[in-house]
Each structure stands twice: as C-alpha cells, then as structure tokens.
Design a protein around this ligand. Sequence first.
Ligand code: ACO
Ligand SMILES: O=CC(=O)O
Ligand code: MG
Length: 530
Amino acid sequence: MSTQTTGIKVVGPLRAQYKEILTPEALIFIEELERNFGERRVELLQYRRKRQEEINSGKLPDFLPETRNIRHGDWTIAPLPQDLQDRRVEITGPTDRKMVINALNSGAKVFMADCEDATSPTWENIVEGQINLRDAVNRTIYYENPSGKKYELNEETAVLFVRPRGLHLEEKQVLLDGKPISGSFFDFGMYFFHNVKNLLAGGTGPYFYLPKLESHLEARLWNDVFVFAQEKLGIPNGTIKATVLIETIMGAFEMNEILYELKEHSAGLNCGRWDYIFSYLKKLRNHKDVILPDRSQVTMTVPFMRSYSMLTIQTCHRRKAPAIGGMAAQIPIRDNPEANEEAFLKVRADKEREARDGHDGTWVAHPGLVPVALEVFNREMPVANQIHTTKQQKIEVTAKDLLEIPGGNITEEGVRVNINVGIQYVASWLSGRGAAPIHNLMEDAATAEISRAQLWQWIRHPKGVLQDGRKVTVDMYEQYKVEELEKIKQEIGDTAYKNGRFTEAIELFDQLILNDEFAEFLTLPGYELL
Ligand SMILES: CC(=O)SCCNC(=O)CCNC(=O)[C@H](O)C(C)(C)COP(=O)(O)OP(=O)(O)OC[C@H]1O[C@@H](n2cnc3c(N)ncnc32)[C@H](O)[C@@H]1OP(=O)(O)O
Ligand SMILES: O=CC(=O)O
Ligand SMILES: [Mg+2]
C-alpha cells in the first residue's frame, strides 16, 4: 500500500494507526520542508567532506577568521521560556512507548526523546515513535506490558524535547520525486506538525535537540527550517527552542557562531561527549601523531575533553545560554550491589565535576540515575541554573587545547572490548534496538562509532601498537574476533545468538574495519540492511 499526496510517496508499510501520523496534510508539510531545504542539506554534507579532505591534506581545524566579529561581539540569545530555566537533570531514551512514559515520570526535569543515537531507524520505530510522542503530548499515552503492568503519566512530568535524526540520515520509506527524503526533516516536521498547538496549549513548547552539527551553516539551515515551519503553521517566530549538541570537533570551533545563527531559537548547547570522541578521531584519523588510547581511558578529564567542556560552558554563559553536560555510560547493575555502588560512584563523580565546572544540567541514561544526578545538582546548584556565573570566563581555551592528543595506551583488552561490544551493538541495532546494555554500560550509536573507528585506525596507523609492543593488524583483529564471538555466544546463549542477526552484524563490522575507505557513519551502511 502507498500514500501519495503530490510528489511525496510513502513506500513503507502502512498499518492502520500509521495513517493518523502520515496524513495528507502532514505529508505536504514534509514535502515543503524537503523541497525548500533538501538541496541545502545535501550541499552541507558535501561541505563536510570538503573540510575532511582539507584536514587529510594537513590543515588542522581552527576558529574561523571570517566570523571573528561574532566571537568577539556582545550579544546574547533570546530569553528562555519559564519551563526551560531549570534543566538540572535530563533523561534520554528512545521513543519506545513504555520508555517514553517511564522517562516522563522519572523525576527528571527534561526528557529528550531520541530519534538518533538511541534509536535504530526502522520504519516501525520511526512512525510508532511519532505516535507515542503525540500521545505523550496529548497526555493520553497508556501502555500495558505482557504481564499486565499498566503505565500512564503522572500528574507531574518532565519537559519534552525531541532529537531528530542527524542531517546525514535519510528516510527511505518516504520518497520525494522518487528519492529518499531527509530523516531530520521527517522527524522534526512530523513532531512539529502534529504537536505544536497542543504543546503550546499545555503551557510548554516545541523543543528540540539538534545532533552532530559540524558548522554554523548547518545551524543556519536549521534556523531557516524553524522560521519556515513556524510561519507555515501560524506560530510566532522564536517559539521553537533548540539545544545544539556540540559533539563534533568542527562544531567545537564554531560554538559562538552556532548560538548566533539560532539566537531566537536557541536553548543553549550540550556536550555530546561520545560522538565528540568519535568525531575527533574520525576527522584526525590520518594525522601522523593523532592516536587515541583504549576507549576506557578517554574520559572527560583528559585535557582535550576538559578543554571542550570548559569552552562550552564559557561560551554559553557569555551568551546567556544554558550549557548542559553529557552522559556517563554507567547504568544500574541490579544483581550486584557492590558493582552497582561503584557505577553510582562514577556517575556521581562525573556529575559533581560538571556541576562544579558550571554546567546548568546534565544527562542520565536510566531512571535509576535520576536521584543520583539530582542530589548532586541540588547540592552544587541551589538556584535554577548557573547561566549568570562567570566561573569560566577567565580561562582561555585555544585551538591547540582542543586538539591536544591524549596520552595513555592501547591494550589487548582494549582491542577485544571494541570488537566484542561493537559487534554486539551492531547486532542489536540491526534487530531494532538502538540503545543496549552491554557489560553493564549504556551502548548506543555514538559509543559504537568509537569502537569501530579505533579498530580501523589502530590497524592502519603506525602508532597503532599495543602497550606490549605488538602492532594491531588485520590478523590480530580476525583472531580476536573469533575468540570474542565465542565469548558472546557463551554469554548470551545459543538461541539469542542465532536470533540476533549476528551474521549480518559481523559482515557489516568487518566491512567497517577492513575497508580502507572509512565509512562516515556506521548507520549509513547499516541502514541499507534495515
Ligand atoms: C551518546 C548518547 O547519545 S546518550 C543518549 C542516547 N542514549 C540513550 O538515550 C540511552 C538510554 N537508555 C536506555 O536505552 C536503557 O537505559 C539501556 C538500554 C541503557 C538499559 O536498558 P535496560 O537494561 O532495559 O534497563 P533496565 O532493565 O534496568 O530498565 C529498568 C526499567 O527502567 C526503564 N528504563 C531504562 N532506561 C530508561 C530510559 N532511558 N528511559 C525510560 N525508561 C528507562 C525500563 O524501561 C525498565 O522499565 P520497567 O521496569 O517498567 O520495565
Ligand atoms: O549524543 C550524545 C553523545 O554523547 O554522542
Ligand atoms: Mg551523539
């Protein structure tokens, strides 16, 4: 079955309820977004590639000379609405029905419903996610699990943000003139079209998180999309508010410019630490000196990560914008109180550093961590936010600081963990689950990107040498892969392994590691298999 309005055509299966979202009016709105902004999106992706080529030929990322006036000028973002003043703890998670209810009820100030790192973009996940968000906004959302447990919204719930897919991702189940449309425009457009009026009637607003931006020109594109969407639906300009994730090394050099482009629509910046590590590695992968140690050693306290978070806080507060912290990977460990306590201690230390540095809020991955982060922020941040503090204003963060290569070492364990976790994650993603608990840590698309990028680079880089002197090679990868797959089978059992799309996951993972051409995102070849 297919739905056709004008040039737009839905080719994905249309279950009865899907038609409530994929209405002719909503599809025309999406078509207008795609017709007006689709070409610019593709050009901006091309611009990303051009900048990558420049880096490959030796030009390091730097602050832009042409936007000096913006960096040095005196300006601030527009005032924030009342319900975005206090964002001390934000929970994130996929748009799964039960999880949406749990997250909204979790006691966090904000819930970021994620169509990106935490979502495998199967057609079902994407459209049903929109249904769930609509029902959450209407407050009619209800769920009953197979054992009869009922879920509905509490009186008091978190403020809802939505993170559409990044600009690189397309939605192949919706075609315009025969070509897949932008996943970003689909996610943003559908949510905005169906919910803006109810959100405003409920005293809140259409709030978004924007992922993986690499330049202020991408922020300009989003701003133009917002202006267009508001005008089209008769909503006052500046109603939409968006927090941009600074999660690429290129974006870190354009924080001021990104805030400036979105001035009327800005709700600050967030430190998307996992994609940031991936981006640092991806962009600089061919540099003769850039090499990262084991993933577990690249923490928020290594100099280049610390510089980036300090610069985010400093930039935001100078512009009267909130600076939200990032995600610690630890999650509760139910069956082991000691390990659980250790995980909580790590999360607590991470949140204490963020709050003391001046962040205005932070992210948690699990409802069990909301009280941990809340206790820290309540203690360290007695008022709604720290936007007015000048804590970081005197620190100077230079291009050299942002690019500093971390110390540490590569170990056999580090290679094995990347193979083991990377393959398990890809299998989960292909099975429709975009966030997974693996070895008691939260894994999602961003963390998996680090694992596969490290393996790719360690094999090819002259400095990809283990602490004990052995070079990381294709043969080593192949040997450890066989051994790690055996461990996975033992761990999850034969049935789960057989049903888990592991054959395709291994094929895809091999392709990502063994091809000399570095895939820009693992989700691009992955999407061909969904
Ligand atoms: C790098 C980044 O981009 S970070 C942002 C993107 N990543 C994310 O958002 C990850 C969000 N977190 C999650 O998806 C999950 O917490 C996982 C996958 C890490 C762990 O999931 P599980 O092992 O299933 O969690 P667990 O079994 O402990 O869950 C217990 C309960 O908490 C709920 N829960 C767990 N995490 C969340 C969440 N983030 N939001 C809402 N509810 C949640 C579960 O639904 C479950 O509910 P129930 O008791 O009513 O059945
Ligand atoms: O999106 C968040 C990240 O850390 O990546
Ligand atoms: Mg990310």
